[in-house]
Design a protein around this ligand. Structure first.
Ligand code: BV8
Length: 228
């Protein structure tokens, strides 16, 4: 059995069909806010109430009955089961849909909405509910603009072993995730993008279509082709 390493990067587009809004909608607003107003340490320092209110609302949305993993999330869980250690998922998303679909080999590089972090001790706690809006001790365990992403060194290491790199539902506008396709390519990987429209990032192949339709198709091809 020839095992090749498959690395998948996901963005907001994989969760769009689960009812979660992407970040760069037509009006460029993010749940009604300009990103810079909520996703920065400065915003939290100067106005924790607005920041907590924004993330409390997102966390509540995650618990809505109509928000669940879609066929794309489930296909990636199937791919991990088929490839075992030959698979790694890096997500830019802070929702928990990959975890709920059953993936375990995940780097949540921009943090997780369902966790909070103590600003002094760095302790991270699971947290599904609201955070008191005036709380300055506990912040969302989310990577804001200007902050170091989580697990970057290990992701770059894994990318250097990739034979196939697939980016799903990401505009490729946020650094350093936007560099991953080039890093994988340099390591000799074949790079593939699945998106409803081409992003600005270079790939060997582009599959245009909705994630819930195209990801299961690609996963079938990968499982049939790789796990010989
Ligand atoms: C860092 C958590 C350094 C918060 C997020 C100038 C040039 C280059 C870089 C920079 C620059 N100025 C500043 C930077 C760095 C900055 C950056 O990249 N800024 C951008 C805006 C230019 N990056 C950072 O600050 C990062 N940190 O660089 O640290 C450092 C080093 C050492 C020590 C200290 C510091 C941190 C970035 C993390 C920011 N946090 N999220 C939260 O979520 O609330 S990023 C946030 O935006 C999301 O997490 C997500 O990652 C990103 C949005 O990107 P996408 O996921 O791609 O979503 P988007 O809406 O853009 O696109 C959706 C796509 O899906 C589209 O292509 C669409 O076509 C497609 N789609 C839609 N529907 C479907 C679909 N596809 C398939 N099927 C569908 N149905």
């Amino acid at each position: 059995m020839t095992m090749q390493t498959v690395v998948v990067l996901t963005g907001a587009g994989i969760s769009a069909e689960s009812g979660l809004s992407t970040f760069r909608g037509p009006d460029g607003l993010w749940e009604g806010h300009r990103v810079v107003d909520v996703a920065t340490p400065q915003a939290f320092d100067t106005d924790p109430v607005t920041v907590h209110r924004f993330y409390n609302r997102l966390r509540r949305r995650l618990r809505d009955d109509d928000v669940a993993p879609n066929a794309a999330h489930c296909a990636l869980a199937r791919l991990e089961r088929a490839l075992g250690r030959g698979f790694h998922l890096v997500t830019q998303n802070i929702d928990d849909l990959h975890q709920r679909a059953g993936n375990t080999q995940i780097t949540a590089m921009h943090g997780e909405l369902t966790k909070i972090r103590n600003v002094d001790t760095g302790d991270v706690l699971p947290w599904a509910g609201d955070v008191i809006e005036t709380d300055r001790q506990w912040r969302p365990h989310v990577v804001w603009f200007g902050e170091r992403t989580i697990g970057l060194e290990s992701v770059v290491e894994i990318l250097s072993t990739a034979s196939i790199f697939v980016a799903i539902g990401t505009s490729g506008t946020v650094h350093p995730a936007s560099q991953f396709a080039a890093i994988a390519k340099t390591a000799g990987a074949t790079t593939v993008e699945i998106n409803i429209e081409p992003s600005a990032v270079e790939f060997d192949y582009r599959v245009i279509g909705a994630a819930s339709e195209r990801v299961p198709e690609l996963v079938d091809q990968l499982i049939n082709g790789l796990v010989a």
